[in-house]
Write a protein that binds this ligand. Structure first.
Ligand code: COA
Length: 415
């Protein structure tokens, strides 16, 4: 079966997480992704958080599937010449170097588009133009600068970063969409273009509902679905809402049986208005169905925490999976807090290819997250990440380099 991005060649100059997540997706969609790494050391993540000595880390392997790897010292003249050949040959260059690094290497956007006017140059930086544009940025910096940390956690505690890598993987997703959109436009214009993602912007885009709330707060001084509503304690910016739902249906995380010893024995419970009578029946509070203090969503708002506490008295008597079963019989929305161990062992995720076991020549089998985007005409087969420089000769051969030229590049430590 053909692949959606078959025939598209990507010059993958990415490292760490944000860029590699983008090019991994493009590889899963069928693009030929050539990861160009520094001769000798390669992507720094190969050696970070290693669980097996001298073997590519899971950090690296889980972000670089289905790619080819070549080494190249792009600071040497002969390396620059190879890079020029690659630029002429590829459709997209993706990079997430620190600001200015590509220019310092001698490959500005103007120079690249001179070499190949069809080339799409896609970049991730920490910030867009403005006071912080020259700063280096990692995941949590972006979470803090993009509004996520200020709005995550509990009201009486400090800002909190989330485990979801919305700065890195979130930027990678945005970048991938920008690239395929630019490829689509190129079919009509014949021209490449620049695609730029600032990690701060990507995080802010994912925090869109909080900018919504900032404006609601400015207008009304309160927000009814926030836990602060009961006490009326709002400041002038969106507060941390604990586990409150970000939408119009109130929700909270409730303890389930075993919570004293199991850190994940919890369930997310949503008091959806449409199923309020069913909720009352399940927890044995039928009186709340008609009691004017509880009968309508508006009437319930001041007592939400008390309502959640009452529901929790019931959820604490059952496991999270039992609660899930019982509530779903009545279409009451809820979700168990699944640990990474439970997710890794979940058969349905294995069946869909969302969690995949991959074999690696040096580390043996390991688990990874497969492609979460399922295309019916372009199924994903997850292949292991490349060893450093595994495809250097192969790629150079395809670019027209002969054996002697390749040997000379190796002797000069260009590859
Ligand atoms: N051959 C020769 N030199 C190479 C090379 C190659 N194949 N690949 C990279 N380099 C050089 C770069 O040109 C740069 O040199 P310079 O500083 O002289 O210009 C140098 O390696 C280091 O690159 P840099 O990107 O600055 O790496 P870093 O480890 O110092 O910083 C980040 C890492 C992630 C902080 C930084 O790259 C960054 O801010 N990136 C943008 C935001 C981002 O993606 N952050 C999330 C990462 S998950």
């Amino acid at each position: 079966m053909s692949k959606a991005l078959e025939g598209i060649r990507i010059l993958d100059f990415t490292h760490v997480q944000s860029g590699p997540t983008c090019t991994q997706l493009l590889a899963w969609f069928g693009a030929d992704v050539i990861k160009v790494e520094r001769a000798g050391e390669g992507d720094a993540t190969r050696a970070q958080l290693r669980d097996i000595p001298e073997v590519d880390s899971l950090y690296f392997t889980m972000l670089n599937h289905n790619k080819r790897s070549m080494t190249l010292d792009t600071k040497q003249p002969a390396g620059k010449a190879v890079l020029e050949t690659l630029i002429r040959d590829c459709d997209v260059l993706v990079e997430n170097f620190a600001p200015g690094a590509l220019d310092r290497m001698g490959f500005s956007w103007e120079r690249i588009s001179q070499l190949n006017p069809r080339m799409i140059v896609a970049s991730v930086k920490g910030f867009g133009p403005g006071p912080y544009e020259d700063c280096k940025v990692y995941e949590n910096v972006a979470q803090c600068a993009g509004g996520a940390a200020a709005t995550t956690g509990f009201d009486d505690g400090p800002p909190v970063v989330t485990g979801a890598q919305i700065g890195d993987s979130g930027s990678g997703l945005h970048l991938a969409l920008g690239i395929v959109t630019a490829l689509f436009q190129r079919t009509a214009t014949g021209r490449g273009q620049r695609v730029q993602i600032a990690m701060q912007d990507a995080v802010l885009n994912l925090c869109r509902v909080k900018l919504r709330d900032q404006q609601r707060l400015a207008r009304n001084g309160v927000m009814e679905e926030y836990p602060q509503f009961a006490t009326g304690q709002f400041g002038d910016s969106v507060p941390r809402a604990g586990n409150a739902s970000g939408g119009g249906q109130p929700g909270w995380i409730l303890k389930c049986k075993g919570w004293e010893s199991d850190p994940n024995a919890y369930i997310y419970f949503i008091a959806q208005a449409a199923v309020w009578p069913a909720i009352c029946r399940v927890i044995g509070r039928e009186g709340w169905i008609t009691d004017p203090a509880y009968a309508t969503p508006r009437a319930r708002l001041p007592h939400l925490m008390q309502i959640f506490a009452t529901v929790e008295e019931w959820t604490k008597t059952l496991t999270k999976f039992e609660v899930m079963d019982i509530l779903n019989r009545d279409d009451i929305p809820c979700g168990p807090i699944l640990s990474m161990k439970e997710l890794a062992e979940e058969p349905s995720l294995r069946a869909t290819g969302t969690i995949v076991e991959v074999d690696h020549p040096e580390r043996g089998p390991y688990l990874t997250v497969g492609n979460p985007i399922k295309l019916s005409d372009s199924p994903t087969v997850v292949r292991r990440s490349p060893l450093l420089g595994e495809h250097t000769e192969e790629v150079l051969g395809q670019l027209g380099y002969g054996d002697e030229e390749i040997a000379a590049l190796r002797a000069g430590r260009v590859i």
